[in-house]
Write a protein that binds this ligand. Structure first.
Ligand SMILES: *Cc1c(COP(=O)(O)O)cnc(C)c1O
Length: 483
């Protein structure tokens, strides 16, 4: 329950002169600002900040935070995003003063601990991917895709080959074709079959010596492991092309299957998905990339190297594509991922994937009689169900179910993606949820599909805003306040 006070803007609570804290009188000599700063750097007056008491500030922000759904407050089965539990020990590790108080311009000799952690992280990620070199710099998965495609472009330039095309399956995440275009390639769509796998005939028809990279998400966004992966990689390699593995779904195969072993030449990780980093309000994330030996010279510089027991940043990479991010990347995110990886160890990482797959298959088996899964009865870490029967028979759409779930205290799954499945609902429970939570979620799905369609069309009924125009809200957000 909220009173109107809680729903006011903090500016509306403001009363002139009210303070949360008072500073003691100044006990050092004061200097006029204009003796210290040039005139144009001095503001005309103090900023128009709200004047409120401490309890008002605390209540305001705590109440605001409760209007959000998060993994700390709700089950969050958002497929493709891997919204799993963010262990609090990761936060403690990353906030240790010896790590969080460092300055990136400090001398390397005083950064040895941090550099060692980053070096270890490079080695660990190489080991998990079965690839030979790693750059921690990119700031998100999509940024990793972009950086790796620049690496591929630099490689082909260097060996004197002109390759202009990147192939992307039709069920890929939108960032794949976008990264290809941003890196200067023409993005070409490869069809998938009714079973959700790469259509080998269509691949053959589109594959030639102009193809630089085939980008594949494996397991795919449908939660399926590509059965022809090796054959696809062989065909692409035979024509001199490279395989890029979108590693967003690595949480399904940790310690079980390595991209380098099934044909990938490069891949990114999403530590904020696979390795339990908090997604925050859209960030920050990280997007480390791993590549094979032959692509290593083109990676973003610097890379952490170990020599005679010391760690140093190697800037001497003449073929490097250069920096893609300031300093060493989003180190705070990498430290959380490091803490998570070291907490679990190799066997624990494998169990994570086994449990992620088990949980997804459990939910799939519980809901498929009302939400059929067109691409099969087994899945990896996630599955894509279809609400098209419900839409036809009861006028209940995937959107209605997604919106109604909010009333029951669940974040919605990803809906209407991938586009290859009508009325798609992409559900990813993750490994960090209990059987009780999964059962309760399945029960709520059943209950919603029994509800009156008109009630569902207006859902959610319990949120401050019900059905905004989502495209307009994203494209033309109203962010400024006027009283
Ligand atoms: C999340 C995701 C991306 C993009 O990763 P970000 O870290 O959000 O930039 C790319 N591909 C797939 C399949 C994803 O799920």
């Amino acid at each position: 329950m909220q009173n109107t006070h809680d729903t006011q803007l903090i500016f509306e609570l403001s009363k002139p002169g009210r303070r949360a804290a008072r500073l003691p009188a100044c006990d050092v000599p004061e200097h006029a600002l204009d003796t210290l700063l040039p005139a144009e750097a001095i503001a005309a007056g103090p900023p128009a900040l709200p004047e409120v008491s401490e309890p008002q500030v605390v209540r305001h922000f705590v109440n605001l935070s409760t209007q959000n759904m998060s993994v700390d407050t709700h089950f969050y089965p958002l497929g493709s995003c891997t919204m799993k539990y963010n262990p609090k020990r990761n936060e403690r590790a990353a906030a240790m003063p010896g790590l969080s108080d460092l300055h990136p311009y400090q001398a390397e000799e005083t950064l040895q601990g941090m550099l060692e952690l980053l070096y270890d992280m490079q080695e660990i990620l190489q080991e998990i991917s079965g690839l030979q070199e790693c750059s921690l710099q990119p700031a998100a998965g999509a940024h990793g895709e972009f950086a790796a495609l620049l690496v591929a472009a630099a490689y082909y330039r260097d060996i004197g080959e002109t390759r202009t095309k990147v192939l992307v399956p039709d069920n890929a995440h939108g960032t794949n074709p976008a990264s290809a275009a941003m890196a200067g390639f023409e993005s070409i769509t490869v069809k998938t079959t009714a079973s959700g796998f790469v259509d080998l005939d269509d691949l053959n028809a589109k594959l030639d010596e102009r193809v630089a990279v085939f980008m594949i998400t494996n397991p795919s966004t449908l939660g399926l492991f590509e059965p022809n992966m090796r054959e696809i990689a062989d065909r692409v390699h035979a024509l001199g092309g490279l395989i890029y593995l979108d590693g967003a779904n690595m949480n399904a195969i940790l310690g079980i299957s390595r991209p380098g072993d099934f044909g990938a030449d490069m891949q990114h990780y999403n530590p904020h998905k696979t390795f339990s980093g908090p997604h925050g309000g859209g960030g920050p994330g990280a997007g480390p990339i791993c590549v094979t030996e032959k692509l290593a010279p083109y990676l973003p510089a610097p890379i952490v190297r170990k020599e005679d027991g010391r760690f140093r940043l190697d800037h001497d990479m003449p073929k490097s594509i250069g920096r893609v991010r300031s300093f060493f990347g989003n180190v705070g995110v990498l430290l959380r991922a490091y803490a998570y990886i070291r907490t679990h160890g190799p066997d624990g990482l494998r169990r994570i994937s086994e449990n992620a797959v088990l949980n997804a298959n459990y939910v799939l088996s519980r809901v498929k009689h009302i939400l059929p899964v067109p691409q099969g009865h087994r899945c990896m870490h996630e599955f894509v169900a279809s609400a098209s029967n419900l839409r036809r028979d009861k006028d209940i759409s995937a959107m209605d179910i997604a919106k109604r779930l909010l009333d029951y205290g669940y974040h919605a799954p990803t809906v209407y993606f991938p586009l290859t499945v009508p009325e798609a609902m992409m559900i990813e429970p993750t490994e960090s949820e209990s059987k009780e939570t999964l059962d309760a979620f399945a029960e709520v799905l059943f209950r919603i599909t029994e509800e009156d369609a008109t009630l569902l069309h207006d859902a959610p009924h319990s949120t401050a805003i019900s059905r905004p125009d989502e495209v307009r809200a994203a494209r033309q957000p109203v962010l400024s306040y006027s009283p």
